[in-house]
Design a protein around this ligand. Structure first.
Ligand SMILES: Cc1cc2nc3c(=O)[nH]c(=O)nc-3n(C[C@H](O)[C@H](O)[C@H](O)COP(=O)(O)OP(=O)(O)OC[C@H]3O[C@@H](n4cnc5c(N)ncnc54)[C@H](O)[C@@H]3O)c2cc1C
Length: 290
């Protein structure tokens, strides 16, 4: 086995070319579990931990967007200044594993594993993120919706590194919530991310752990937009929030497994979507951010 400790993105890309099929490792919080349980066999490893380019983020004021390196750890996302820029991402980051996992786990790893229960992915979906992939020859930008293609399957090619994601900076309330078998250190049985864009007047809702990939509740989003003015601070009645939740629940295709039942997951989505929308209500003061 060869282990390459890449010190730059260029070195990582070169190592992937020299060792085709090598496994990338960032925090190792997914990969090492797979190794320990003999679920994956590894010949060569390219470690990304020392690649500083992957651990940076920056705001582009002109396009009002933020580019977050694939190796930025959750611990950085959960606190200011990132938490103020993308509140839903901070809320999701705070729910991941334990402080030890958040100190090293990354969005690159969440995308690389591509589990529908990955807590970062509903946020990327609700914000229509762009995933940036790079190999030695080219860079390509893929919509998050095209990136995820099945349970733990994505369109990344074996010689590519996920280098970053770009997210728009939105004004309006954002929220992330998940349900699991206990309150902490738990993989989602169902999760949801809601993003209100108070300038464009839209609400986006992404659902996790209730379909082969994270999915958007597009029919519920469209119904809400046709029912309620969403520019500025919306007035969300409890009846509207309830119906929104019920409509969202229809849009997922959950299964029974060791974490939950399909019926409970569908119920959980209705409740999560309803609660997240109520937090965007003007009269409630939109207290969810931060
Ligand atoms: C105790 C425990 C609790 C956990 N709790 C949660 C939780 O609550 N929520 C949650 O979502 N996850 C959880 N996880 C899973 C894991 O922490 C996350 O998925 C995390 O985002 C993985 O990031 P990482 O950097 O450690 O990935 P790694 O383990 O390094 O990599 C994961 C996969 O992605 C690939 N990869 C990594 N970086 C790149 C890159 N830049 N380009 C291309 N491919 C790449 C690797 O080859 C590998 O296939 C938990 C794990 C543990 C062990």
């Amino acid at each position: 086995m060869t282990v390459v400790n890449a010190r730059s993105l260029q070195q990582a890309l070169e190592a992937l070319r020299v060792h085709p099929g090598a496994k990338l490792v960032q925090g190792g919080t997914d990969l090492m579990v797979e190794v320990n349980f003999n679920r994956t066999s590894i010949t060569d490893v390219v470690a990304l931990r020392l690649v500083n380019e992957l651990r940076r983020w920056h705001v582009d004021e002109e396009s009002r967007s933020i580019r977050i390196g694939a190796g930025v750890p959750y611990a950085e996302m959960e606190r200011a200044p990132l938490a103020h820029l993308v509140p839903a991402l901070a809320q999701a980051a705070r729910t991941v594993g334990s402080p030890q996992i958040r100190a090293t786990g990354s969005l690159g790893g969440n995308l690389g594993t591509c589990s529908p229960a990955g807590d970062g992915l509903p946020v990327l979906s609700a914000l229509d993120a762009i995933v940036h992939l790079q190999n030695l020859d080219s860079i390509r930008d893929v919509s998050i919706h095209d990136f995820m293609v099945g349970v733990k399957k994505n369109v990344r090619k074996s010689d590519e590194v996920i280098v970053a994601v770009t997210l728009p900076l939105r004004t309006g309330v954002q929220g992330y919530a998940k349900v699991g078998t206990r309150n902490a250190m738990v993989i989602s049985a169902a999760s949801a991310c809601l993003v209100h864009d108070s300038t464009a007047g839209s609400v986006r809702l992404a659902l996790g752990a209730v379909a082969p990939t994270v999915v958007r509740a597009r029919a519920a989003e469209a119904w809400l937009a046709s029912t309620t003015p969403l520019v500025g601070s919306p007035r969300i009645t409890s009846a509207i929030a309830k119906e929104f939740g019920q409509r969202a629940a229809v849009e997922c295709s959950p299964i029974d497994d060791h974490r939950s039942t399909a019926a409970y997951r569908r119920h959980a989505i209705a409740v999560l979507a309803e609660r997240l929308l109520m937090r965007a209500d003007a009269s409630a003061g939109g207290a969810a951010n931060g």
